[in-house]
Design a protein around this ligand. Structure first.
Ligand code: KDG
Ligand code: MG
Length: 406
């Protein structure tokens, strides 16, 4: 069965998504997500200009061989652009293979290891009362585990919080250009404030609700150690991305000082980013996305490696992972043994129309559905009606103007 067509579709039903659609000579199509938030068009070019010409005419059944030839054959290895492009090919080929088999993808990955996939949702509020309202809204939607992000006194706009009114960090426009929003940051103010937020949430919602928090790469190891320790009384499910973890060695210091569980990896794209973290069991959850890690094939291998160290999965699943990437994640979540939790904040109705999917959400859990393949259909006409919009992720500056990690 040969690949005879490969299209890269860019659509923006509210935010940009990049999708690869492969078609075989038997008329079977497969979809893969290649969305790299804020740098989308680089992956479009990588696929269109460099990968598609290599795929046409190749055997659609040879998933591992195709993966290895794209990874090794480029000579220039790793990196988010390369690995997002390879991920799209890998997932599209798994989609095709599962459709040929007439089975949902999770069956080809060993079958279900559980009945449903537990998720966490995102609560946020500039103030504590706003945060409580957001937690209540998620509980009403059925979520049973909740990530907590809040504003910090003195800061105008903070990661994960939809700042409102005059304080909103909106992208600016200059001539024809859209420029990134600039948020502000003060690590001392953050470290002083966050424990009181979790104390308030525990007092309001009790001891049982699993709570998570994302520090979004902003702390040094010693600051992260202090935060982890100060949050211990509030029994977090995890503290995420406490440092910019490309410095893997730094996590030794964090780990020595706190028993708060640690989750890392959404910006990682190969197993090599995890060697110290997993090999020395310095973290508790690996967070890579199918979309940014080269697809289902390598992520499955990472989870098997992590399992040897009692580390669980927690696939990255914000709104900038398209329903195609999300579907692939849910199949993997259902199949692997060392599943931990799945991040899920859903998509807009329009996005769900562009990408009609078989996966369902209820009672805070996902199920991939029983449609053959990954279970996502792309509405090409609707996708074309929503063309690419130039957009950037925000950036971050300290109060004296120094650039800081966002
Ligand atoms: O594009 C960037 C987002 O994917 C990231 O900021 C989301 O940190 C994130 C999370 O945990 O979902
Ligand atoms: Mg995160």
């Amino acid at each position: 069965m040969k690949i005879v067509d490969a299209k890269v579709v860019v659509t923006s039903p509210g935010r940009n998504f990049v999708t690869l659609q492969l078609t075989t000579d038997e008329g079977i199509t497969g979809l893969g997500d290649a969305t790299l938030n804020g740098r989308e068009l680089s992956v479009v070019s990588y696929l269109q200009d460099h990968v598609v010409p290599l795929l046409l005419g190749t055997d659609a059944h040879r998933i591992e061989d195709t993966w290895q030839s794209l990874y090794r054959g480029a000579y220039w290895r790793r990196g988010p652009v390369t690995m997002a492009a390879i991920a799209a090919v890998d997932v599209a080929l798994w989609d095709i293979k599962a459709k040929v088999a007439g089975l949902p993808l999770y069956q080809l990955l060993g079958g279900a290891s559980r009945d449903r996939v537990r998720t966490y949702g995102h609560a946020n509020g500039a103030s504590i009362p706003e945060l409580f309202d957001s937690v209540r809204a998620l509980l009403e939607q059925g979520y049973q585990s909740i990530r907590i992000q809040t504003g910090v006194p003195g800061l105008k706009a903070v990661y994960g919080v939809h700042a409102s009114g005059a304080h909103a960090a909106n992208p600016t426009r200059l001539d024809q250009r859209v420029l990134p929003a600039v948020e502000d940051w003060d690590t001392g103010a953050y470290l002083r404030h966050i424990p009181s937020v979790f104390e308030a949430v525990r007092n309001e919602f009790g001891p049982d609700l699993p709570l998570l928090h994302d520090a979004h790469h902003r702390l040094t190891p010693i600051q992260a150690a202090r935060l982890g320790r100060s949050l211990e009384p509030y029994d977090l499910f995890w503290l995420e991305d406490c440092t910019p973890a490309e410095n893997q060695d730094g996590l030794r210091l964090v780990r020595e000082h706190t028993t708060t569980p640690l989750a890392i990896g959404e910006v990682f794209n190969t197993v090599f980013d995890y060697q110290t973290l997993v090999g020395e069991q310095l973290i508790d959850y690996v967070r890579s996305a199918v979309t940014h890690f080269g697809g289902v094939s390598p992520l499955r291998k990472l989870f098997d490696y992590a399992a040897q160290h009692q580390i669980k999965s927690a696939i990255h699943g914000p709104e900038d992972i398209s329903p195609v990437g999300m579907a692939a994640a849910i199949h993997l979540d259902l199949a692997i043994h060392n599943f931990g939790i799945q991040e899920y904040s859903g998509h807009t109705d329009l996005t769900n129309e562009v990408f009609r999917h078989a996966y369902t959400f209820s009672d805070g859990h996902l199920h991939p559905g029983e449609a053959p393949g990954i279970g996502v259909e792309l509405d090409a006409e609707l996708a074309a009606a929503h063309p690419y919009q130039q957009a950037y992720l925000p950036t971050n500056r300290l109060q004296d103007g120094t650039v800081h990690d966002w």
